[in-house]
Design a protein around this ligand. Sequence first.
Ligand code: GRF
Length: 186
Amino acid sequence: MLGSGKGSNLDSIARAISSGDLLADVQLVVSDSPSAGILDVSRKWGLPSITIPASRFKTRLEPEIEEELACSLKAAGVEIVVLAGYMRMLKSPMLDAFPRAIVNIHPSLLPAFPGVDAWRQALLAGVAVTGCTVHWVDGGMDTGSVIAQREVAILDSDTPETLHARIQEAEHQLYPQVLNSLRALQ
Ligand code: GRF
């Protein structure tokens, strides 16, 4: 599992595994930020984790570092790479090593509102419904084909924070369910 953020999706996945609702194992947790909460969540669940060394680029890894990442994941026996809030684009070292085996969760109903702060984009656009999407990862930003979505209604009283919190609740239900059915979809 790869993430740069607080790790609430890892927490929901680990919980689903521990309750027997998700038949999977987390082989390795990877973050590009040593202070990311996802590493604390990983420690809480006793999962192995690594931090990717600092990179010259903000939005991607140097090819050789991405190559090492792919090797580490392969060596750990990873079959599906699960992204949640991983803030760098994956390029050919990872995409070639894991063809049709990388998934991401995005906080909108793609193709609407790709990119950052998708919940804020939805609020500003004045739509009545947004949600979250699990999709295959390709070389674009939030462009891979959609696997599953869950809708979240936008309330008149919503702020970006309240809306994001409800979308995350939907993510925490959707992601473990989708991961459970993934092998059949590959
Ligand atoms: C999620 O809202 C996900 O949709 C977005 O980044 C966030 C990650 O949250 N891509 P967390 O680190 O799993 O709590």
